[in-house]
Design a protein around this ligand. Sequence first.
Ligand SMILES: [Zn+2]
Length: 404
Amino acid sequence: MSNLAQMPIHKPAWTVSGHDESGHVVPIDFCIADNSSAAKRTVAMSAMSTENVETSSTQADFEQVTSVVSSEFRVEEALMENGVPTYHLAQPQETKQPFLRVLKKLELMNLIALLRRTDGRVVLRVVPRPSVKPSNILINWALLFATMATTFVTGYFLSPNVINPYVGGAAFTAAMLAVLGTHEMGHKITANKKGIDATLPYFIPGPPPLGTFGAVIMQKSLPPNRDALFDIGADGPIAGFIIATIVSIIGLTLTIPSPQVPANEIGVPVMWSILERFLNSFNLIPKTPPNGLLLLHPVAFAGWVGMLVTTLNLLPAAMLDGGHVARSVLGEKLSLRLVLAILSITYLTVEGFIPMAFLVLLMLFFRHPGPLDDVSSLSTSRKLVALGLVGIFILCAVPLQPIF
Ligand SMILES: [Zn+2]
């Protein structure tokens, strides 16, 4: 076991150029609107101008890194490949926990590791930790206030005549921010727990009838393994689903019986059909008057948007939350993930979300970078949670025809 306390913290002699797999920014979200970037990794030789000095420095670095790697793994072969310390690991051996320990040790040297299966061999490469640019938190606050303004205006105009539009605007704003904010903070808190650099949420203001295009947080470093990738993708929709359900329950009890008036009808998520039955059994929803209808309270509409956001984000494609989950469950099996992506685009098209279908199609041209350790398998409990996410997707989906 090497003595890490004595290891110098320094800039290593090898470099990684281009878009490093661990250095690019990945959107964790796509609440209605989003963009994405993904990266192709290229490993390049270091500058060789001061060859002799570099060679001895590289050799010393290589030996230190080798000592760290071999303290946790059985190494079959250690070599410098294109200037990058590369280790072929003996098989079979446990990789998940040793990799996390290696990451921790390398952190002291400002390095990270990537674990991949290449040509049937398990290969660990060590590269410099990419620097993370600090975020300007003022942008988060500015966008939050702008979104508060647009949701307030939207809520004002959504308010039926019988309620004070200022109260309706404020209630809609609070409910929308609760739904979107909880979803995003689900991602953010998990990112913090897993040691992944991620920004605070960026809320995106929008015009009525929604008042927002959702929110997004940007992930600035890669998750350590598939478990962490799964958690960061899943925790947002799970948190968002819970709060959207609570907001929907409050909103549905506030529906307003009205004589027949011109009104836009909206499709009802499966979960709403269940909630309606449940609330009706306790007489918590007003009865529809003869020849009349029930007008949605703005809070109920926020719950409806929350359900929509949850279902759209869970589509197993590209950089959507469901895309991260699919990547962690299926690994690099591109053909299967492509089938899921095509099904997602078909779903969006059939449901009428044409611009989003195009965006998802565009995002497919960017490769998902995966986690740092792409070899260790996903835990069994998370595979079960993945089934739960399919259940949440179905509950939040709006069928073209009511099914109850
Ligand atoms: Zn999300």
